[in-house]
Write a protein that binds this ligand. Structure first.
Ligand code: AQP
Length: 344
């Protein structure tokens, strides 16, 4: 069956948005709105799978919304909203809790990383997180999901859940007039030179909001001085930059900075090395600071401006939630019929 093409993705309001979120996800969100109907969600229910201070959570929810708008997502043409305003996400997640298998969730590497050694003490929500993520996507029967490389495994799980639902309920899906399959198998969109931006302090670790050192990441709200300091202090090795991509393979920090430069300027890593091959890091870092400040400075400034008008931000979220709910409610009505729930 052909499904209407639709993009869905989300960002957690768990702290400062950084260059990884921007290059891995948000720049893709902006580009895709030219071609698709897009739904972009601030996933506050995912955020509380680990403890969040309530005041900071609402602040971060508004800040991610401001970042979406400041980066160029049009809140009128597309849908921007926060997850907790559309209860259908949680409703479908429960059904998916009953479709997904324990063995599938046991393989999720993000849970293992986030729970660490203290697994017994993690929330049940952190464990079931991928089922809620599948519900986020499939409650809109979305077909395309732009994400960073770290979310690939969760996307595969969402496809497995969609597939199992379609198979388990095949007869009922058919009987209710939905043809062969009710849910599409959503396609991940993971492309470009910065699908996994690494920490500036350690080229083997992902740049992340929860990393304690602020020097490990560039935040979207960092000013020019902060960006310059962080890039200058970024870990490198003593060799000059290679002239070909192959030369980056054993050098994670060099590879990361070249990837960031390429993504920010919209060129390939090979193009960057054609320009900077043989150069010392000191020279390359000066160019990277200039480029980062030129790209991120206006976004940070616009975010700060938007954050001064929380009523406007809340109105964007309210309007987006209403429009999202219309679509989600339609899916849930059908899902209830398919599953056999008696409804009003
Ligand atoms: N380092 C990264 N490189 C490329 N893409 C990244 N993303 C996150 N980090 C990188 C992508 O950004 C989107 C939103 O991520 P998220 O906020 O939902 O959560 P996350 O992946 O858990 O991000 P963080 O920053 O690492 O947060 P914490 O520290 O709270 O876990 C996703 O598409 C993600 O792939």
């Amino acid at each position: 069956m052909a499904f209407k093409e639709r993009v869905f993705s989300g960002v957690q309001p768990t702290g400062n948005l950084h260059l990884g979120n921007y290059l891995g996800a948000i720049t893709k969100f902006v580009a895709l709105q030219e071609t698709y109907d897009c739904i972009y969600c601030v996933v506050d229910m995912h955020a509380i799978t680990v403890w969040q201070d309530p005041a900071e959570l609402s602040h971060a929810t508004r800040e991610v919304t401001a970042a979406f708008i400041a980066c160029g997502i049009d809140p009128k043409a597309q849908i921007i909203f926060n997850q907790s305003q559309v209860a259908e996400h949680a409703e479908l997640a429960w059904i998916f809790n009953c479709v997904a298998r324990l063995g599938w969730l046991n393989r999720m590497t993000q849970f293992k990383e986030k729970a660490g050694k203290d697994r017994e003490n993690s929330s049940v929500g952190l464990y079931a997180y991928p089922n809620l993520m599948a519900a986020d996507i499939l409650v809109y029967r979305a077909t395309h999901v732009p994400v960073g490389e770290d979310q690939k495994q969760h996307l595969e799980l969402a496809r497995d859940i969609a597939q199992k639902f379609n198979v388990d309920f095949a007869k009922s899906i058919h009987a209710h007039g939905f043809g062969e399959a009710f849910f599409p198998l959503p396609e991940p969109i993971i492309q470009g030179p910065a699908t996994r931006v690494m920490s500036l302090r350690d080229g083997t670790r992902k740049m992340s909001k929860s990393e304690p050192s602020d020097y490990s990441r560039i935040n979207l709200t960092d000013d020019a001085d902060a960006i310059a300091q962080k890039v200058r202090k970024a870990k490198t090795d003593p060799e000059p930059l290679p002239s070909e991509e192959k030369g980056l393979e054993p050098r994670p920090e060099a590879d990361n900075l070249v990837g960031i430069y390429a993504a920010l300027s919209g060129i390939t890593k090979a193009d960057v090395l054609r320009e900077f091959g043989g150069a010392q890091f000191s020279a390359f870092k000066v160019a990277l600071v200039d480029l980062s400040v030129a790209k991120l400075g206006p976004i940070g400034a616009e975010m700060k401006k938007l954050m001064q008008d929380p009523l406007y931000i809340d109105s964007v979220l309210a309007d987006g939630s209403q429009r999202a709910q219309v679509l989600a409610a339609e899916t849930m009505k059908a899902v209830k019929d398919i599953v056999g729930f008696v409804r009003r």
